[in-house]
Write a new protein. Structure first.
Length: 209
């Protein structure tokens, strides 16, 4: 078995080459992607039995998990069993821009591949705006903070979008006072939101500690 975590850049190019180099046909590739905001355990459990099936068009089977950071903790634990007891010569690829959101036990069993970043229109502006919002949230009073959170978390999807962007914005500033703690809080907040905790309450808790 070969297991990879692919982060950044243009992952489809790398993934396509990897599948071709390993003689994996599209017919023998299982692709998992979030159903809504998360990847639940019910999407992960069938992977091991499917990987055990003999390939129909290539020499091996593969599983590709898109946005692997969206796996719930229960889903990650279930996926860990596949990594610990891999079926045959399977190829496993986890695609994510947030490998830090994966369990350390998963990270330790996969080879991390960081691709060169690609420019995205408006990406820098979005991160800059998010950084300013983070500062407002950290410095505002309780009442003002709730007002800001209300605009960020109108829906669960909006809240997750903000949290994911905030995590990206914080990473380059980990040495700044208090940033590492806030990053840990936001990672926990994302898990809570995906676990159906009220997104407004989850976000407020991240900035209250």
């Amino acid at each position: 078995m070969h297991a990879y975590i692919v982060s950044g850049g243009s992952p489809d190019d790398w993934i396509g080459k990897m599948l071709k180099d390993r003689s994996v046909s599209p017919h023998d590739t299982i692709t998992i992607a979030p159903d809504g905001p998360s990847v639940g355990i019910e999407m992960i459990r069938p992977i091991a039995p499917l990987l055990s099936i003999h390939p129909v068009a290539g020499t091996r089977r593969a599983v590709l998990v898109r946005q692997a950071h969206a796996m719930t903790i229960e889903a990650q634990n279930a996926f860990l069993k596949t990594l610990e007891e891999p079926p045959g010569d399977a190829l496993i690829i986890l695609q994510t821009d947030q490998p830090d959101a994966l369990l350390p036990t998963i990270l330790s069993r996969c080879q991390l591949v960081r691709l060169a970043p690609t420019a995205v229109d408006g990406d820098d502006d979005a991160i800059l705006l998010c950084s300013k919002t983070l500062e407002q949230l950290r410095e505002s009073s309780f009442g003002k903070r709730l007002q800001i959170i209300d605009t960020l978390a109108k829906t669960r999807e909006d809240a997750l979008t903000f949290v994911n962007l905030a995590i990206r914005a914080l990473h380059p500033n980990l040495q700044t006072n208090g940033v590492a703690k806030l990053l840990r809080n936001l990672l926990a907040t994302r898990t809570r939101i995906m676990g159906n905790i009220n997104p407004r309450l989850a976000l407020d808790a991240a900035f209250s500690n």
